[in-house]
Write a protein of this length. Structure first.
Length: 148
């Protein structure tokens, strides 16, 4: 994954509504869906959707995240792979309804926002250009030593 310029950032489209947003020291993931081609997302009321392409990245390929932004809690925006693979201590910014359900499912830092409200995400890392790695130099082909 390419390192973005600290003053401009980057967007990486992973698939469906899943996007990695990096700007300065902030790294966000939107609507995590990491199902593979052929797998089904459960939408509720007996409805499913079949994934037709693989995601561009896996959870293991992601850099350290500051938060997840979740538009709504349907299987095509928050799937079972994301539920199992993402750090359960990550802040998840979402709707009040989704926040309650995610807290019940083991994501204690899920925060529900009502329409037109704001939330501040603290960022403790350095911007991309001066990022330090906890485990030394990242492996070949990777831009981060962090695995989630």
């Amino acid at each position: 994954m390419m390192q973005p310029d600290a003053s401009t950032g980057s967007l990486t489209f992973i698939g469906n509504a899943t996007t990695l947003i990096r700007f300065g020291a902030l790294t966000l993931l939107t609507d995590p869906n990491f199902l593979h081609r052929g797998q089904r997302a459960y939408l509720g009321y007996g409805l499913t959707s079949k994934r037709i392409t693989d995601p561009a990245l896996s959870i293991a390929d992601l850099p350290e995240l500051d938060a997840v932004v979740l538009s709504h809690l349907h299987g095509d925006h928050w799937d079972r792979v994301a539920h199992r693979g993402l750090d359960h201590d990550l802040p998840v910014i979402t709707t009040p309804h989704a926040s309650r359900r995610l807290q019940w499912r083991g994501f204690p830092r899920a925060t529900g926002l009502r329409t037109w409200t704001a939330h501040t995400i603290p960022v403790a890392r350095q911007p991309f250009g001066s990022q330090h790695y906890r485990a030394g130099t990242p492996p070949a082909g990777r831009t981060s030593c962090y695995r989630r």
